[in-house]
Design a protein. Structure first.
Length: 276
Protein backbone atom coordinates (compact mmCIF):
# COMPACT_ATOMS: atom_id res chain seq x y z
CA UNK A 1 0.00 0.00 0.00
CA UNK A 2 1.38 3.36 -0.99
CA UNK A 3 1.85 6.17 1.51
CA UNK A 4 -0.92 8.23 -0.10
CA UNK A 5 -3.37 5.32 0.14
CA UNK A 6 -2.46 4.84 3.80
CA UNK A 7 -3.09 8.52 4.50
CA UNK A 8 -6.50 8.43 2.75
CA UNK A 9 -7.49 5.31 4.65
CA UNK A 10 -6.49 6.90 7.98
CA UNK A 11 -8.46 10.05 7.12
CA UNK A 12 -11.57 8.02 6.26
CA UNK A 13 -11.19 5.99 9.47
CA UNK A 14 -10.90 9.16 11.51
CA UNK A 15 -13.91 10.68 9.77
CA UNK A 16 -15.97 7.55 10.33
CA UNK A 17 -15.04 7.66 14.02
CA UNK A 18 -16.26 11.26 14.29
CA UNK A 19 -19.50 10.52 12.44
CA UNK A 20 -20.23 7.38 14.47
CA UNK A 21 -19.77 9.22 17.75
CA UNK A 22 -21.99 12.10 16.59
CA UNK A 23 -24.69 9.66 15.47
CA UNK A 24 -24.39 7.80 18.77
CA UNK A 25 -25.02 11.04 20.65
CA UNK A 26 -27.90 11.84 18.28
CA UNK A 27 -26.44 15.25 17.38
CA UNK A 28 -27.29 16.80 14.04
CA UNK A 29 -24.61 18.34 11.82
CA UNK A 30 -26.37 21.70 12.10
CA UNK A 31 -26.09 21.62 15.89
CA UNK A 32 -22.38 20.79 15.68
CA UNK A 33 -21.84 23.65 13.26
CA UNK A 34 -23.69 26.03 15.58
CA UNK A 35 -21.78 24.96 18.70
CA UNK A 36 -18.32 24.85 17.15
CA UNK A 37 -18.85 27.77 14.76
CA UNK A 38 -17.91 25.55 11.80
CA UNK A 39 -19.86 25.38 8.57
CA UNK A 40 -21.96 22.26 7.87
CA UNK A 41 -19.83 21.65 4.78
CA UNK A 42 -16.66 21.61 6.91
CA UNK A 43 -18.24 19.08 9.30
CA UNK A 44 -19.19 16.83 6.36
CA UNK A 45 -15.62 17.08 4.96
CA UNK A 46 -14.12 16.06 8.31
CA UNK A 47 -16.46 13.08 8.59
CA UNK A 48 -15.79 11.96 5.00
CA UNK A 49 -12.00 12.29 5.34
CA UNK A 50 -11.89 14.60 2.30
CA UNK A 51 -9.92 17.71 3.25
CA UNK A 52 -9.57 19.26 -0.21
CA UNK A 53 -11.94 22.15 0.48
CA UNK A 54 -10.45 22.87 3.93
CA UNK A 55 -7.60 25.22 4.94
CA UNK A 56 -3.99 24.23 5.61
CA UNK A 57 -3.34 20.87 7.34
CA UNK A 58 -2.42 22.56 10.60
CA UNK A 59 -5.91 24.10 10.75
CA UNK A 60 -7.55 20.81 9.80
CA UNK A 61 -5.81 19.15 12.73
CA UNK A 62 -7.14 21.85 15.01
CA UNK A 63 -10.68 21.37 13.68
CA UNK A 64 -10.53 17.61 14.24
CA UNK A 65 -9.16 17.93 17.78
CA UNK A 66 -11.87 20.41 18.67
CA UNK A 67 -14.55 18.20 17.13
CA UNK A 68 -13.16 15.16 18.97
CA UNK A 69 -13.25 16.92 22.34
CA UNK A 70 -16.78 18.08 21.65
CA UNK A 71 -17.89 14.49 21.00
CA UNK A 72 -15.93 13.16 23.98
CA UNK A 73 -13.57 10.95 21.95
CA UNK A 74 -10.38 9.60 23.43
CA UNK A 75 -7.66 12.20 22.86
CA UNK A 76 -4.87 9.65 22.36
CA UNK A 77 -6.90 7.79 19.76
CA UNK A 78 -7.63 10.98 17.82
CA UNK A 79 -3.98 12.08 18.03
CA UNK A 80 -2.74 8.68 16.79
CA UNK A 81 -5.00 8.81 13.73
CA UNK A 82 -3.99 12.42 13.03
CA UNK A 83 -0.34 11.38 13.03
CA UNK A 84 -1.16 8.85 10.35
CA UNK A 85 -3.15 11.35 8.30
CA UNK A 86 -0.48 14.06 8.61
CA UNK A 87 2.84 12.20 9.02
CA UNK A 88 4.86 15.24 7.91
CA UNK A 89 3.43 17.24 10.82
CA UNK A 90 4.59 14.80 13.50
CA UNK A 91 8.21 15.97 13.62
CA UNK A 92 7.13 19.59 13.64
CA UNK A 93 4.54 19.00 16.35
CA UNK A 94 6.48 20.77 19.16
CA UNK A 95 6.91 23.86 17.00
CA UNK A 96 3.28 23.96 15.99
CA UNK A 97 1.70 23.14 19.33
CA UNK A 98 1.05 26.78 20.16
CA UNK A 99 -0.53 27.37 16.77
CA UNK A 100 -2.69 24.29 17.04
CA UNK A 101 -3.82 25.30 20.49
CA UNK A 102 -4.80 28.68 19.13
CA UNK A 103 -6.63 27.10 16.20
CA UNK A 104 -8.35 24.23 17.99
CA UNK A 105 -10.68 26.38 20.02
CA UNK A 106 -12.89 24.60 22.48
CA UNK A 107 -16.58 25.00 21.77
CA UNK A 108 -17.02 26.41 25.28
CA UNK A 109 -14.53 29.18 24.48
CA UNK A 110 -16.68 30.26 21.59
CA UNK A 111 -19.24 31.59 24.03
CA UNK A 112 -16.58 33.71 25.73
CA UNK A 113 -15.37 35.33 22.53
CA UNK A 114 -18.11 37.93 22.67
CA UNK A 115 -16.41 40.04 25.30
CA UNK A 116 -17.84 43.23 26.76
CA UNK A 117 -16.69 46.22 24.67
CA UNK A 118 -13.90 48.03 26.53
CA UNK A 119 -14.83 51.36 24.99
CA UNK A 120 -18.42 51.34 26.28
CA UNK A 121 -17.59 52.59 29.84
CA UNK A 122 -15.63 55.49 28.32
CA UNK A 123 -18.63 56.45 26.21
CA UNK A 124 -20.90 56.34 29.26
CA UNK A 125 -18.52 58.47 31.33
CA UNK A 126 -18.15 60.98 28.50
CA UNK A 127 -21.94 61.21 28.15
CA UNK A 128 -22.32 61.83 31.89
CA UNK A 129 -19.67 64.57 31.81
CA UNK A 130 -21.30 66.28 28.83
CA UNK A 131 -24.71 66.07 30.52
CA UNK A 132 -23.36 67.57 33.76
CA UNK A 133 -21.68 70.44 31.91
CA UNK A 134 -24.87 71.12 29.95
CA UNK A 135 -26.99 71.22 33.11
CA UNK A 136 -24.48 73.49 34.85
CA UNK A 137 -24.38 75.89 31.91
CA UNK A 138 -28.18 75.91 31.66
CA UNK A 139 -28.48 76.70 35.36
CA UNK A 140 -25.89 79.48 35.14
CA UNK A 141 -27.61 80.95 32.09
CA UNK A 142 -30.98 80.93 33.85
CA UNK A 143 -29.48 82.59 36.94
CA UNK A 144 -27.87 85.28 34.80
CA UNK A 145 -31.18 85.84 32.99
CA UNK A 146 -33.03 86.24 36.29
CA UNK A 147 -30.37 88.61 37.59
CA UNK A 148 -30.53 90.71 34.42
CA UNK A 149 -34.32 90.77 34.66
CA UNK A 150 -34.16 91.95 38.28
CA UNK A 151 -31.60 94.60 37.38
CA UNK A 152 -33.75 95.77 34.50
CA UNK A 153 -36.82 96.04 36.73
CA UNK A 154 -34.88 98.08 39.31
CA UNK A 155 -33.47 100.26 36.54
CA UNK A 156 -36.97 100.91 35.21
CA UNK A 157 -38.09 102.18 38.62
CA UNK A 158 -34.92 104.10 39.25
CA UNK A 159 -35.08 106.00 35.98
CA UNK A 160 -38.69 107.13 35.45
CA UNK A 161 -39.57 108.96 32.28
CA UNK A 162 -41.07 112.31 33.17
CA UNK A 163 -43.22 114.39 30.90
CA UNK A 164 -41.94 117.95 30.66
CA UNK A 165 -44.47 119.39 28.24
CA UNK A 166 -46.65 120.56 31.14
CA UNK A 167 -43.83 122.35 32.98
CA UNK A 168 -44.01 126.10 32.92
CA UNK A 169 -40.79 127.98 33.54
CA UNK A 170 -41.48 131.29 35.24
CA UNK A 171 -38.71 133.90 35.12
CA UNK A 172 -37.41 134.82 38.55
CA UNK A 173 -37.73 138.39 39.72
CA UNK A 174 -34.59 140.33 40.37
CA UNK A 175 -35.57 140.80 44.00
CA UNK A 176 -35.85 137.07 44.62
CA UNK A 177 -32.95 135.50 46.39
CA UNK A 178 -32.08 131.93 45.60
CA UNK A 179 -28.94 130.14 46.39
CA UNK A 180 -27.23 127.91 43.86
CA UNK A 181 -28.03 124.17 44.06
CA UNK A 182 -25.78 122.25 46.39
CA UNK A 183 -23.73 119.60 44.62
CA UNK A 184 -24.47 115.96 45.49
CA UNK A 185 -20.74 115.45 45.89
CA UNK A 186 -20.63 117.86 48.82
CA UNK A 187 -22.42 116.12 51.72
CA UNK A 188 -20.74 118.44 54.19
CA UNK A 189 -22.61 121.43 52.75
CA UNK A 190 -25.89 119.49 52.83
CA UNK A 191 -25.48 118.77 56.51
CA UNK A 192 -24.61 122.33 57.50
CA UNK A 193 -26.91 124.25 59.79
CA UNK A 194 -29.60 125.96 57.72
CA UNK A 195 -30.43 129.60 58.50
CA UNK A 196 -33.86 130.67 59.73
CA UNK A 197 -36.48 130.73 57.00
CA UNK A 198 -34.48 128.48 54.67
CA UNK A 199 -35.68 125.28 53.01
CA UNK A 200 -33.59 122.39 51.79
CA UNK A 201 -34.82 119.81 49.25
CA UNK A 202 -33.02 116.60 48.28
CA UNK A 203 -34.32 114.93 45.12
CA UNK A 204 -33.49 111.27 44.52
CA UNK A 205 -34.66 110.98 40.92
CA UNK A 206 -34.61 113.39 37.98
CA UNK A 207 -37.77 115.40 38.42
CA UNK A 208 -39.60 118.69 37.93
CA UNK A 209 -39.23 121.01 40.99
CA UNK A 210 -41.28 124.12 41.68
CA UNK A 211 -40.69 126.28 44.77
CA UNK A 212 -42.42 129.62 45.54
CA UNK A 213 -42.24 131.79 48.68
CA UNK A 214 -45.03 133.39 50.69
CA UNK A 215 -45.36 136.26 48.20
CA UNK A 216 -45.78 133.82 45.30
CA UNK A 217 -42.31 134.57 44.03
CA UNK A 218 -40.91 131.56 42.17
CA UNK A 219 -37.58 130.51 43.64
CA UNK A 220 -37.21 127.60 41.25
CA UNK A 221 -39.20 126.05 38.40
CA UNK A 222 -37.68 123.39 36.20
CA UNK A 223 -36.07 119.95 35.90
CA UNK A 224 -33.43 119.00 38.47
CA UNK A 225 -30.94 116.12 38.28
CA UNK A 226 -31.22 112.90 40.25
CA UNK A 227 -29.52 112.79 43.66
CA UNK A 228 -29.26 116.58 43.77
CA UNK A 229 -29.70 118.88 46.77
CA UNK A 230 -31.22 122.39 46.62
CA UNK A 231 -31.39 125.12 49.27
CA UNK A 232 -33.57 128.23 49.08
CA UNK A 233 -33.97 131.26 51.35
CA UNK A 234 -36.94 133.55 51.20
CA UNK A 235 -40.14 134.42 52.95
CA UNK A 236 -41.95 131.47 54.49
CA UNK A 237 -44.21 129.62 54.10
CA UNK A 238 -43.07 128.01 50.84
CA UNK A 239 -45.14 126.16 48.30
CA UNK A 240 -43.23 123.06 47.11
CA UNK A 241 -44.12 120.67 44.29
CA UNK A 242 -41.91 117.73 43.27
CA UNK A 243 -43.01 115.91 40.10
CA UNK A 244 -41.45 112.53 41.06
CA UNK A 245 -40.95 112.66 44.81
CA UNK A 246 -40.20 109.03 45.66
CA UNK A 247 -37.17 109.00 47.96
CA UNK A 248 -37.05 112.82 48.21
CA UNK A 249 -36.44 114.69 51.48
CA UNK A 250 -37.51 118.17 52.63
CA UNK A 251 -36.34 120.06 55.72
CA UNK A 252 -37.08 123.53 57.06
CA UNK A 253 -34.54 125.29 59.30
CA UNK A 254 -32.84 121.92 59.78
CA UNK A 255 -36.03 120.08 60.81
CA UNK A 256 -37.09 117.18 58.58
CA UNK A 257 -40.63 117.25 57.21
CA UNK A 258 -42.57 114.05 56.59
CA UNK A 259 -43.84 114.10 53.00
CA UNK A 260 -45.55 110.68 52.97
CA UNK A 261 -49.00 112.15 53.49
CA UNK A 262 -48.62 114.77 50.74
CA UNK A 263 -48.58 112.60 47.62
CA UNK A 264 -51.31 113.71 45.23
CA UNK A 265 -51.12 111.01 42.56
CA UNK A 266 -48.81 108.32 43.89
CA UNK A 267 -45.63 110.04 42.73
CA UNK A 268 -46.09 113.83 42.94
CA UNK A 269 -45.79 115.72 46.23
CA UNK A 270 -47.36 119.14 46.84
CA UNK A 271 -47.19 120.76 50.27
CA UNK A 272 -46.69 123.97 52.27
CA UNK A 273 -43.43 124.37 54.23
CA UNK A 274 -43.54 124.77 57.13
CA UNK A 275 -46.80 123.04 57.84
CA UNK A 276 -49.43 125.38 59.29
Amino acid sequence: MSEESAINQAAQELGALLKAKRTEKNIAIGEVAERLKFSAKQIESLESGDYKGLPEPIFVKGFIKTYGRFLGLDTDQVTSLLNEVFPSQVSAAPATTATENQTSLNFQDQKKSKSFPKWLPLVVVAALVVGAVYLWQSKSTEQNRQQEKSTLEVGDVAQPQLATDNVQVVPMKASATASAPVSASAPAAASAVVADGSIQIKVRYRSNLIVTDADGTPLHSGIVASNSSHQFKGKAPYQVRIGYATGSEISFNGQAIDIKNHFVDGKTVALTVPQP
